[in-house]
Ligand binder design. Sequence first.
Ligand SMILES: [Zn+2]
Ligand SMILES: [Zn+2]
Length: 341
Amino acid sequence: MKAAVLTDHDEVSIEDRERPAPGPDEAVVRVGACGVCMTDYHLYRGTFPAEYPLVPGHESAGEVVEVGDDVTAVAAGDRVAVYPGRPCGDCHFCEQGRQNLCPDLVAIGGAGDEILDGAFAEYVRVPAGSLEPIGDLSYEHATFAEPLGCCIRGVDQADIETGDTVVIVGAGPIGLLLLQAFRASGAGTVVVSEPVDHRRQAAADLGADHVVDPTSTPLSERISDLVDRVDVSVEAVGLPDTIETAHSITAPGGTTLVFGVPPQDETIEIDPFEVYYRELELVGTFALTPNTFSRAVTLLQGDRVAVEPLITERFDLSGLQRAFDGMADNDGLKKVIYPNR
Ligand SMILES: [Zn+2]
Ligand SMILES: [Zn+2]
């Protein structure tokens, strides 16, 4: 089979590999489609630590072609989305349903201490327990179950109440999914801040009540003209500066959600008296859980989240390099790879 392999940082090559065979509790999936995520880009650039060679790709869906002897929950021919992790299943965090914090979590094609080969390949081998049936949802749309599952995790962490005012900083593919996930969860007014014109337009089209260009007027100055108070402020960029901005506009009693992946070992300034006196919350959200993954599939099946407008480029495996080049320049939105095309 063909696979896109990161052979070193900044190096992708298309290789011929043996098609994987399933272990007793595993399945092999013929990959219908796999989204390209910033995590793949970081693995490619070497800004997330990883051991090469490595096949990235953790936003996939496809058809089960083979299952191991002990597998009963899925069978060949099933259409599935792949939850890209293998949690240990019996640590404190797994028992709480917080598999994203499992210290022994193995990533499939994503970032982690241990990474198994992912889905930028014609076939991928996965634990059968990581498969979610998708019915007649298209593979292309089902690839959004992973990023949307991360966004649902974020919404859960933000603990919003119906009618809350939400600000989202950053309208890349994730910001645009967060916007829709918050709306589906009862957000009242939603404001999106984004410097790139076409992304701001996409946010407006997908239901933002206000869109703001922070390069013309800083968000912290503009926000009081638009809303009375910010209950939940979401940072979906991953920069210390924008996290500080998001935190600075959060109203007393409100929550700032750190969603974007910040650089490691950086610091931000926080006034602890304000945190105390105004009951401010600063909350992290990391990746997703099997539960939020499954809920994401439900939202996609019910057409509660529009993903078609987020897909701007489609490539076969050899296009992965071009997808990475485009991401370096913030071109377009979501890029989707079709390994079997
Ligand atoms: Zn991802
Ligand atoms: Zn665990």
